[in-house]
Design a protein around this ligand. Structure first.
Ligand code: TEU
Length: 571
């Protein structure tokens, strides 16, 4: 078989190197899920002092910023995505003073800090909702939420047929007969974004955190805040963990009268103006499950948000051609509006990518994995995940990492159902396993109780015994470990300025391998990934210098299946 001949290589340029140097355009941002990162208090739930104690780990890893999932006062009906007070830290996680210490330490280490903003809904325990319950129909207190009369005799049926994303109806009835809308749990009533008071309040919340020094906000359900006028019926249903359809959609797009309405863009323009009043480059990142990518790009137009998670990329299967297609579409769509692409493979809502890639349909997106479900092939999944990471970090743009992926952590797929806490598990009548499996506390120390997550050995979800090998302590100092690979990749990415680089696909690969190879050039670096089942020959004579590989690789030897590598191109 002919090998890859870089001398004869032709390429198709789809994205030019960026001339902008704002930090967020090429930043690697690490998601911390506070309840599962590090527990300083010993109650089994991670907290802000725990995070502060591990910031040096993140600095050493080489990321640029940290995004913290919600730590605000909350009854924790959806692990903090049900906020009762947007300006207070929940005692579970610490205090505002703890937050100040965290951000000061992070900035000292050169790490920026992004916090989560949950504007689609509040907790039902928020003082606004409590006031709405205590006030009559038609009152200004109720006008902050979406209260409606029901249909049918005595209004006993919900105002429309919308389903909650967590399952069950999206409406709950009060004793006085009115119904309120909740796209998620009944303890998460949706705000009415046609009400100027809601706008005013959230501008003020933004200022509260900007004044405390945050570098930006990840905006929860950024595609859902405005609903179509009249709240028309819709027969579709969006599940929390959407399956991937075979029609070409990756499953990242949410349609329906509650998603991607024009009005959301006005909100982001308003917020952008607030951020622009502040010094430093403060950013907004959209959690918007919107397809196609050209629609998603509208969230990152110059006067709106800075970044939008690329869920189309996350939901793409382990398939070289599909990856090439989605990467091209992403870069083209974002270039149209002058925004970077924001690559992501895992977060607190999806099955961890090593486990997704270890399924018989690799990269498919299950609604959680439980003991009765197909169990991923752990070794194969990790092998592919490591290759996927080198593809991702080799792409120009920004990238998000989810805590634990630098350890190669799989999903906990054998969690006892009795321990599950995800509202989706309960609201679907135990048909969707939900997201607990990707939220299990991080193993830091193979020898310590709860693998060093907490000083007492307490952990709100148990870690599998097999996680000892993933602990940081078991990987540190080992260059071939997943942790070692991430550190090296982040360093090389920085040295070669890959984040602000270009992308040109390599054409004319040997026919037998073209369909199963991801091959692109970013600046001086050739990124090669073999997703096929045969080794991919690389001509040693062409002077490719191996920079890093996802599996041990001998110089000039063929690239094994499910392996990626970065090479420096000869000058
Ligand atoms: O998730 C929202 C979310 O993922 C859905 O909006 C999405 O449309 C769909 O499920 C994907 O097909 C965010 C948080 O990340 C999550 O943890 C919260 O539970 C949720 O919002 C409610 O705040």
């Amino acid at each position: 078989m002919t090998s890859i001949d870089t001398a004869a290589m032709t390429t198709t340029l789809v994205h030019r190197a960026s001339e902008h140097d704002a930090w967020w355009r090429n930043a690697v941002i690490y998601q911390v899920y506070p309840r599962s990162f590090a527990d300083a208090s010993g109650d089994g739930i991670g907290d802000l002092p725990g995070i502060t104690s591990k910031l040096d780990h993140l600095a050493r890893l080489g990321v640029d910023a940290v995004w913290l999932s919600p730590f605000y006062r909350s009854p924790q009906a959806d692990a903090g995505y049900d906020v009762a007070d947007y300006r207070q830290v929940d005692p579970l996680f610490g205090s505002l003073e703890d937050f100040d210490v965290l951000i000061e330490r992070a900035h000292h280490l050169g790490l920026r800090v992004i916090v989560d903003l949950v504007p689609n809904h509040t907790s039902d325990e928020h003082e606004w909702f409590q006031a709405a319950l205590a006030s009559p129909k038609g009152s200004p207190e109720r006008a902050r939420y979406i209260f409606r009369e029901g249909k049918g005799p005595e209004g006993a049926e919900p105002p429309n047929n919308w389903q909650s994303i967590f399952g069950g109806p999206a409406w709950t009835r009060l004793p006085d007969g009115q119904w309120y809308l909740h796209l998620f749990d009944s303890k998460q009533p949706d705000l009415d974004w046609t009400n100027p008071e809601v706008h005013e309040e959230f501008r003020s919340v933004l200022r509260f955190w900007l004044d405390r020094g945050v570098d930006g906000f990840r905006v929860d359900v950024a595609h859902g805040m405005v609903k179509a006028e009249g709240l028309p019926d819709w027969d579709g249903h969006v599940a929390m963990v959407e399956g991937v359809d075979e029609e070409g959609s990756t499953g990242a797009g949410n349609q329906g009268p509650m998603f991607d309405q024009e009005g959301v863009h006005e909100i982001y323009r308003e917020w952008r103006a607030v951020l622009d009043e502040y010094e430093g480059d403060r950013i907004l990142v959209a959690e918007a499950w919107v397809e196609p990518l050209s629609r998603l790009a509208r969230y990152v137009r110059p006067d709106e948000m800075h970044q939008a998670f690329n869920f189309s990329y996350l939901t793409t299967k382990w398939d070289a051609q599909a990856l090439r297609k989605v990467v091209t579409a992403s870069l083209v769509a974002n270039d149209e509006v002058g925004a970077p692409s924001t690559w992501v493979l895992s977060n607190h809502d999806v099955v961890r990518h090593p486990s997704r890639y270890g399924l018989s349909d690799p990269g498919s997106k299950p609604q959680g994995i439980g003991i009765g479900d197909e169990q991923p092939d752990e070794e194969l999944g990790l092998r592919r995940a490591r290759a996927a990471t080198l593809i991702t970090l080799g792409l120009p743009g920004s990238a998000y990492l989810y805590q634990g992926e630098e350890l190669g952590l799989p999903e906990h797929t054998e969690l006892d159902d009795s321990l599950r806490q995800d509202p989706a598990w309960f609201r679907t009548g135990h048909t969707e396993r939900g997201r607990d499996g990707c939220r299990v506390p991080i193993p830091w120390d193979a020898e310590a109780p709860a693998f060093g997550f907490s000083p007492t050995g307490a952990a709100w979800l148990p870690q599998p015994a097999s996680w000892a090998k993933y602990a940081l302590s078991a990987q540190r100092g080992d260059a071939t470990s997943t942790y070692g690979m991430y550190r090296a990749a982040l360093r090389i990415r920085r040295d070669f300025k890959l984040g602000s680089g270009s992308l040109a696909w390599v054409d004319g690969l040997p026919e037998a391998t073209a369909a199963t190879t991801v091959a692109f050039v970013n600046g001086d670096v050739l990124v090669l990934a073999n997703l096929g089942t045969e080794a991919l020959p690389i001509g040693p004579e062409y002077g490719l210098e191996l920079l890093i590989s996802s599996q041990p690789l001998v110089h000039g030897a063929p690239l094994p299946p499910d392996t990626a590598a970065w090479f420096r191109l000869p000058r």
